[in-house]
Structures are given as structure tokens and as C-alpha cells.
Design a binder for this molecule. Structure first.
Ligand SMILES: [Zn+2]
Length: 311
């Protein structure tokens, strides 16, 4: 069976044609256009492109969105970062593409990919945090993705870790959410705050050259800069506090960290693990904290699995 998985992000849409074993045969990527209808038309164009040279007919399409999908209405309901909301995507996409189309939240699909093929394979209960611009969450309970009562669940990035912390991003009315403390956006803020207080430091000089972001700051940490390492470690400790609460709640077999910020590896995971292990209740400290297997292709592969499972 050949399926297509599509991952719609805030800046780009990536679509891949996947073989029987979910190996990626070909990928196409375009910038995300503005507006729901333009996004749907772009997805249809990518699918047509990937169908054009497929050796076998494509049977279904899966689409991951940075939004929650209401399981009763089927509407794309709420998105913290893109402003996407209250529109019917599945029906119009089916009409545009002429194939079955299945939608899910992007982090749920990344969790699905990890559970079926990656680091959470064989685990009955697992958690995934995708740490990027924001923080997405995925939960597997008893071998099934848990989406909450109406499909809006598993937004683990919006668990409060600091009750009076900074206001959250985008459309989240919360304060001190995990993603306000240790997402890529939070790291950029923290690197810049350090730079302004310490203009003569390497971080400060990077800021003066206007090229300080979470990515360049992480590069500095990986190159061994002690200040940058501490900024990343501070974010990791917040992550660990959140993970301790999540482990107390779910008692998972494994906790995975994915997303672009996970490129920091043990610079982030080490301090997170220390705090998680110190604070979780003793029986729930058993879950290893590990990197996700999939990189940026996680959502695309998960979307393909969703489509294949539903066919
Ligand atoms: Zn939030």
C-alpha cells in the first residue's frame, strides 16, 4: 500500500510518499501559504505531484496540522501558533484530492510514528514532547494515541509549571506553561536576556551581531560556551519539572523528547533528567528520558501511518 503523509507547519508544508514499510520514497516541501483554503490547495498540489510518479496507486492521505481537530464536528478547532481554527479541512481536501483524507494533530502523529516504528516501539504507555517554536505533546495509553474527550487533549506544552510565570504564546491564555519556559521561543528570550546583561560575553557578542536565536545560542552551547550551556540547562530543568508531573500522572514506560530543540541532546536532557528523577514520585521515576527516533520527518511518517491504519 502506498500512502502520502503531509505535515503542515507554521513555516513549511512537507509531504512524503511512503512505501508499505513507511520508508519515505520521495518528499516535497513548500512554504506554508497564508489562509486555510490556500493551505488546502497547496496540500492537493503536493499530493498530485507525489502521485504523478508513484509506482503503485496512492490509496490514502494523512495530514498533520499544528491544531486540534474536534472529534465530534471534524473541524480544525484551535491552533496556538497559526490562528487556524473552526474550518472544515477534511471534506474540502477529499474533494480536491479524490482520495480518503485523515487529519490529526501533528504531535499526535509524531507520537504515532515513535510508537509504531521508533523509540517507543513495544511500550504500552509513552509520552512525547516535541520541543520547537512551541511544545507539542503526544500520549500513548495502552497502545493507543490518547486525544482526550473531544480530540483536544495531549497539549502537554501547556501544562503549567510556573503559576505566575510569563504569559504563554499565541492563542494560549495560560501563564508559565511548559512552552513559555523551555521551547525554542523561550530559549531565544533567555539567550537575549543573558546577552543584554552580559554584552561582553560570547552570547552578548552574538546578540550584538543580530544573529542570536535559539539555534545560534544552541550552537554556542554545543561549542562549549559555559554561559550558553547554563541557559540551555536552566530550560532543561523546567522541562524536567514538567516531566516529573507528567510521569506522576501517566506512569509512562518511556518519555521521548523530539523537535528542533532536542538537537541540544544531553545539554537539555541531562538537567531535565536530574530534576525529573529528583521530583517524580519514586514508582514513576522508572521511565527512561530519551531522544525521539525521528527528526523533522516524524509528523509526515505518522500521517502516513494514520492514513494506512484507516484504509
Ligand atoms: Zn500555554
Amino acid at each position: 500500500m502506498t500512502v502520502i503523509g503531509v505535515d503542515v507547519g507554521g513555516t513549511k508544508i512537507a509531504a512524503g510518499r511512503l512505501a508499505d514499510d513507511f520508508a519515505i520514497e520521495r518528499t516535497v516541501v513548500i512554504p506554508t501559504p497564508h489562509g486555510g483554503i490556500s493551505i488546502l490547495e497547496s496540500i492537493a498540489g503536493l499530493v498530485a505531484d507525489l502521485q504523478s510518479d508513484a509506482a503503485q496507486p496512492v490509496t490514502a492521505v494523512g495530514v498533520g496540522l499544528p491544531a486540534t481537530i474536534d472529534s465530534e464536528t471534524g473541524l480544525v478547532a484551535h491552533s496556538v501558533h497559526t490562528g487556524m481554527g473552526d474550518f472544515n479541512a477534511a471534506g474540502p481536501l477529499r474533494d480536491l484530492i479524490g482520495l480518503p483524507v485523515h487529519l490529526d494533530n501533528d504531535a499526535n502523529l509524531a507520537m504515532l510514528a515513535e510508537h509504531r516504528l521508533g523509540a517507543a516501539r513495544g511500550m504500552r504507555t509513552a509520552l512525547l514532547l516535541t520541543v520547537g517554536t512551541g511544545i507539542g505533546g503526544g500520549i500513548v495509553i495502552n497502545d493507543a494515541i490518547f486525544r482526550g474527550g473531544r480530540g483536544h487533549g495531549a497539549e502537554l506544552g501547556h501544562v503549567t509549571v510556573e503559576a505566575d510565570g510569563p504569559p504563554c504564546q499565541g492563542n494560549c491564555p495560560g501563564r508559565g506553561c511548559l512552552e513559555t519556559m523551555c521551547s525554542g521561543t523561550a530559549l531565544t528570550r533567555d539567550f537575549r536576556a543573558f546577552a543584554e546583561a552580559n554584552p561582553d560575553s560570547p552570547i552578548g557578542r552574538l546578540h550584538a551581531s543580530s544573529s542570536l536565536t535559539s539555534i545560534t545560542g544552541l550552537d554556542l552551547a554545543q561549542a562549549g560556551d559555559a554561559d550558553a550551556i547554563e541557559v540551555v540547562a536552566a530550560a532543561g530543568r523546567w522541562l524536567g519539572a514538567g516531566i516529573a508531573s507528567l510521569c506522576n500522572t501517566f506512569d509512562p514506560d518511556i518519555v521521548l523528547i523530539g523537535g528542533g530543540v532536542s538537537d541540544a541532546g544531553e545539554l537539555l536532557l541531562g538537567p531535565a533528567r536530574d530534576v525529573y528523577q529528583a521530583r517524580a514520585l519514586p514508582p514513576t521515576r522508572r521511565a527512561p528520558l530519551a531522544l525521539a527516533s525521528f527528526g523533522p520527518e516524524a509528523g509526515m511518517v505518522g500521517a502516513g501511518i494514520l492514513a494506512a491504519d484507516a484504509t
